[in-house]
Design a protein around this ligand. Structure first.
Ligand code: XMP
Length: 531
């Protein structure tokens, strides 16, 4: 069953997209940590944008016909050997270009200016004064605060360019050649620390490139539907749906496009929370209708987990079982060439630029994480969207708010919140404890500050006393964190009353439990999940 994924269109997973952009901007990625933010800001201004690797820029211009190019920043220095480069033909294509930081250095270097290594790295806020600019810096105050993050700087702009702005440390903080519509800024207009950075981007998009602010989520829906239909034609497609935001919205969009040609598979792995399998299938059915197929594979998963205590091994077996179950289901459907996946924009950027977390921290097995050697061709209709845009899209497609606002729940489910062996009995204890923890915290005075909360069944037992008797029961840990990006998180202090209610309810309602502890660790050094 090994057929490589085909590249068919901008919705499919890899390679150069083939669709022309009507009013769009290509962002050329040179490895900046801020590249994805540029894309986001442009969408906020209702202009369509896509990120392309710097190696594919010439081909992308020919195929996509963008209104403008933005060259991102990046960690390299133009004088280092083998650094990311740009073909000078790009500057003769008649397309406006804005270089940001390293992108600006490249413009200067390639077009005959001079880039110097900075005497010292400039990192953080700086005050820029501008010399009057009718285009790029139009409507900007005479001086404004910007965010700098660079070592090298442009000492002499290329012929034809003039200096548009400077700071006390950077004589060329912005430069431009209005004739050729080529511009560079040393600062980062895409970060919020650059005050009114959006005005700079707005000037570039509307005044210089002539884009129209016509991009809307409804446009995205229409275009995606047309594209999915064109790709799939008369074929069948399949989609694994977990009830999480990404896979659900991808499924909803694909269902709009394909109707009966789509089968959505919801796999109950036996590791879901209390009543979750029923509630999720009911919610999914409300907008996926007859395309939804529910598979109860609990037995298969739990038997694969028997006797396993190592967290990585648990994750590995769950991931593998998921794929096997999914393949078996797909086989019963006959010839299904297409697989719909809810891959998001940040995932695409991460894999395109190789910005993956060094070292293996945890193996993640998601419905979005099916391996590429499955026999399907991929359709990834969310691959240009950020999480909040996906929620917006879901809303327009009628996905219930309970799904769009749900807390993240790991693919391996309760198995990673249950330390030691996964058994039906221990799962039942955890399910009841977790339901109580979620119910109490949902109604606690700090609920609005909590991003994720749940119970963990530890593999520790402790001695207690209940009535006149000694007990030797389970220890439950409570995790409740606040985070914006789930990369870092802090444990919040629970109000005393909430603590008391939790302690009382957990031991009274779940007899197997006789001790409750609270996890006060932040991430890092801990992770949010315990395994
Ligand atoms: P950690 O535990 O790594 O979790 O701090 C960060 C966020 O990711 C979620 N998580 C997962 N999500 N599949 C997922 O889809 C997984 O295997 C997985 N493991 C952790 C976790 O709940 C938290 O929100």
């Amino acid at each position: 069953m090994v057929v490589k994924v085909d590249v068919q269109s901008s919705l499919s997973s890899t390679g150069a997209p083939s669709r022309q952009m009507h009013d769009g901007i290509l962002i050329v990625d040179y490895g900046s940590q801020y590249t994805h933010l540029i894309g986001r800001r442009i969408r906020e201004l209702h202009v369509y944008s896509e990120i392309v690797p710097h190696t594919a820029v010439v081909q992308a211009i020919q195929e996509r016909k963008p209104r403008g190019l933005i060259l991102s920043g990046g960690p390299a220095s133009v004088y280092d050997p083998g650094v990311p480069d740009i073909d000078p033909v790009v500057f003769d294509a008649g397309i406006p270009v804005l270089g940001i930081c390293y992108g600006m250095h490249l413009i200067a270097h390639v077009l005959g200016g001079r880039v110097d290594r900075g005497d010292h790295q400039e990192y953080g806020p700086a005050t820029v004064s501008h010399m009057g600019s009718e285009d790029l810096l139009a409507r900007m105050p005479e001086s404004f605060t910007v965010w700098m993050s660079h070592g090298d700087l442009v000492a002499v702009p290329p012929p034809g360019f003039r200096v548009l702005a400077s700071t006390p440390n950077t004589s060329v903080a912005a430069m431009g050649d209005p004739e050729r519509r080529l511009y560079g800024v040393q600062f980062h207009p895409e970060v919020t620390h650059t005050l009114r950075g959006k005005t700079v981007l707005r000037n570039f998009l509307f005044q210089i490139c002539g884009c129209r602010p016509s991009w809307r989520m409804s446009t995205y829906i229409e275009e995606s539907i047309a594209e999915i239909r064109a790709l799939v034609a008369q074929d069948q497609a399949i989609c694994a749906v977990s009830g999480g935001v990404d896979s659900t919205v991808a499924a909803a969009l694909a269902y709009r496009a394909l109707g009966e040609q789509l089968t959505c598979i919801f796999i109950n792995n036996g590791l879901l929370r209390l009543n979750e399998a029923d509630e999720t299938t009911m919610a999914l059915r409300s907008f996926l209708g007859p395309s939804l197929r529910c598979v109860d594979a609990s037995e298969r998963f739990l038997s694969r987990l028997a006797g396993v205590v190592d967290p990585e091994e648990k994750r590995r077996r769950i991931g593998e079982t998921f794929i096997r179950v999914f393949e078996d289901e797909a086989t019963t459907l006959g010839d299904v060439p297409w697989l719909v996946q809810g891959t998001l924009y940040p995932d695409v950027i991460e894999s395109a630029t190789g910005h993956q977390t060094a070292g293996k921290i945890k193996t993640h097995h998601n419905v979005g994480g099916l391996p590429e050697d499955l026999r399907f061709r991929l359709i990834e209709p969310l691959r240009y969207l950020f999480k909040d845009e996906v929620r917006q899209l879901g809303r327009e497609l009628g996905v219930p708010e309970s799904i769009l606002q749900c807390q993240p729940f790991p693919g391996p489910g309760l198995a990673v919140r249950l330390l030691g062996e996964v058994t039906r009995g221990r799962l039942a204890v955890l399910r009841r404890a977790d339901a109580i923890v979620r119910e109490e915290l949902e109604h606690s005075p700090i609920a609005h500050r909590l991003s994720q909360y749940f119970a963990v069944l530890t593999d520790q037992r402790s001695v207690g006393v209940m009535g006149d008797g000694r007990t030797y029961g389970s220890v439950i840990a409570i995790r409740a964190v606040s985070t914006t990006d789930f990369m870092t998180a802090e444990a919040l202090v629970l109000p005393a009353q909430t603590q008391m209610r939790l302690a009382t309810r957990l031991v009274n309602e779940v007899p197997e439990i006789n001790r409750i502890v609270y996890d006060i660790t932040s991430k890092p050094p801990a992770t949010i999940e315990w395994e």
